[in-house]
Each structure stands twice: as C-alpha cells, then as structure tokens.
Write a protein that binds this ligand. Structure first.
Ligand code: DX5
Ligand code: ZN
Length: 221
C-alpha cells in the first residue's frame, strides 16, 4: 500500500528569465513541474513589484498545468476576477491583505477557482481555522514574502506539522503548500512535517534550462 501520495512541485517563475517567460514556463513544465507558481507583488503589501493579470494571460498558452497564483497584494478583491479570467486555477490570499477574508474566499470560489490562504511566518495558524471549510489550500510561508532567494525559517516546520493535524482533523482534502527557501537541503524536512506541495524558485531555476529536470528531481528526494 502506498502510504502517502507523492509531493507536488510548484516552481516559482519569480526566479525564471523574465525576458523569456513563456519559454521558461514551457521548459519548467517539460522538466516535471506539477503546478506553475506565480508570485504577484504590489509594492504595498510587500516591497516588490512583479506580475499582473496581463502577464498571466500571455503565459497561459505555454503550459496546461495549473497556474497557482500567490497574491501578495492589498486589497486583493479587486484583482481576483482579473486573475481568474487571465487563467489562474488557484488563487491564494493573505489574511492581512483585506478586512473580509471569508468574502474574498467566497469570491474566488464563485469564480470556479480553487481558493487558498497564505500564512506569513508571524501569522497565527488560527487565522485559517474559521475558513477551513472553504479553502482548497493552505500555504505556509517559510520566508517573509517579497523576494526569492531567502533562507528557510526553521520554525515553519512546527507550523506545517500543526497545520497537518488541523487539516487531517477537518477531513477535507486541503493541499498543504510551503513557500520560501525550499531546496534539496530543506525539502525532506518539510515533506516529513506534512507538506504536500513545495514551491521553489531559486532551487528550481538555477543553472539554466539544461538543469531544470535535475533540479526538480533533487527536490522530490
Ligand atoms: C516569496 C515568494 C516565493 C519565492 C520563493 O515572496 O512567495 O514564491 O519566489 O523563492 P525561493 O524558492 O527562491 O525562496
Ligand atoms: Zn509564492
């Protein structure tokens, strides 16, 4: 009997070559990516500025894999519909990004998309508990959001384990994703703690296209 399903990999295109983003998405898809992680930053909720719905729409034909859109924007509500129309499959929001998390999640689900809640390193896990019945994914930040290439924060491991228990108690099929500082050195620990989806930017895209398949294989352990 297979004890647990294999972990899914969601490479973050934040670390891809932005001058060739379509080809990069196709290359990381071909290398074995399960989802394509898109980091959306607004220079307000986080101190960086990245990708809008127009770019997601332009990238959509380059991969049939789910687009996992991580919204680091405040407010998020006004952009949810635009990203859904652009081709996002999963839309995740931070509880701090708006006053009405329940409403935001309901809006995402009403658009027929999967909804996620993202927990920063200092955000209490209890922030997701009241809405657990309406999320498809919980994303644990293992760095402070805003930039790729940061060091993994070890306290994320206990948080992943606690969320694993919370999700198991719920009886619902909720993905448990981890984002930040994931590499071959940290992947095994987060999987052991109960993560089911790993985001990786630096570790997925390092070395150029010839390395992508080996990079992803190294994360699967
Ligand atoms: C950080 C982003 C991450 C980031 C991960 O705000 O949410 O997705 O790109 O990058 P690495 O894997 O380099 O830590
Ligand atoms: Zn992210």
């Amino acid at each position: 009997m297979d004890p647990s399903p294999p972990v899914l990999l969601a490479p973050s295109i934040l670390s891809a070559d932005f001058a060739r983003l379509g080809e990069e998405v196709a290359a990381i898809d071909a290398a074995g990516a399960d989802w394509i992680h898109v980091d959306v930053m607004d220079n307000h909720f986080v101190p960086n500025l990245t990708i809008g719905p127009m770019v997601v729409k332009a990238l959509r034909p380059w991969s049939a894999k789910p687009f996992d859109v991580h919204l680091m924007v405040a407010p998020a509500d006004a952009l949810v519909e635009a990203f859904a129309e652009a081709g996002a499959d999963i839309l995740s929001v931070h509880p701090e990004a708006g006053p009405h998390l329940h409403r935001t999640l309901a809006r995402i689900r009403a658009l027929g998309k999967k909804a996620g809640v993202v927990l920063n390193p200092a955000t209490p896990l209890a922030a997701v508990e009241p809405v657990l019945d309406m999320v498809d994914l919980v994303l644990v930040m293992s760095v402070n959001p805003g930039f790729g290439g940061q060091a993994f924060i070890p306290s994320a491991l206990d948080r992943i384990a606690a969320l694993r228990r919370m999700i198991d108690r719920s009886g619902r099929a909720i993905a448990l994703e981890v984002d930040g500082g994931i590499g071959p050195d940290t992947a095994a620990d987060v999987i052991a703690a109960g993560a089911t989806v790993l985001v990786a930017g630096t570790a997925a895209f390092r070395g150029g296209r010839d390395c992508y398949a080996a990079n992803l294989a190294a994360l699967r352990g």
